[in-house]
Design a protein around this ligand. Sequence first.
Ligand code: ADP
Ligand code: MG
Length: 259
Amino acid sequence: MSDIVHARVREHLIRLRLGEVAERLDALLADAARKEPTYLDFVDGLLRAEIDAKQRKRTAMGIQIAHFPAVKTLEEFDFKAQQSVDQRLVKELATGRYVPLAENVLIFGPPGVGKTHLAIALGRAAVETGHSVLFVSATTLLAALAKAESEGQLKDKLNFFAKPKLLVLDELGYLPFEKRSAHLFFQLVARRYERGSMLITTNQLVAHWGSVFGDDVLAAAILDRLLHHSHTLVIQGESYRLRQKKKSGLLGRTSLERS
Ligand code: ADP
Ligand code: MG
């Protein structure tokens, strides 16, 4: 008899799409037999197991969709090694609260100081707090927009990049934009303005954006929208990797230090 009930319970759980509880039913029952929780605690435990599993699945899928180029987390980020990073602001941004407010994040700094690391880690945090995220390098984004335009598909492509609640744009300014590209980028920024967040990493100070976009007026229009509701992280100092190598004695002293 109890076998029949057991089979029926599993079947019902599957029909109700409570797959985690269905799969772990025996273990959960054995655990309850041992710990003898109250009826309410037992139901609470079952529902928690299902909700946690669904949340894990959603996060894993969101991370896949985001196309992060590597696995980087905030736990791995050594804030002591990078004193110029405003740790409190990073912690606040990790809550993802800026995303529904469509606020932007700009991370400035020279090469190797952890901009991409933080961008990926904050992107992951945004996924974990329930937001859709897409990571793309500035070069890839511009190439995709230019190609779409030449194929008469610009509107679709702009919609594609306007859709995620957070668009992480890495390495803006490493390569100067062509005039046409700057215009395409402006269209995207205008489309996302006050509708979705952008998190941008760049090695160029705002003062140099005119030359990045090859047009001061366009750069000002882009910056105006990006900076209107924004958080700024400025990272200073030396490349993290270089410093690690120096620490390990691999590089010895540089010629600069010797002279
Ligand atoms: P950037 O994008 O500023 O050029 P990256 O984020 O690519 O720099 O960092 C270069 C490498 O150094 C990456 O592997 C990154 O994980 C690591 N790194 C940089 N800063 C830190 C840090 N403070 N703690 C841990 N790893 C770091
Ligand atoms: Mg980088």
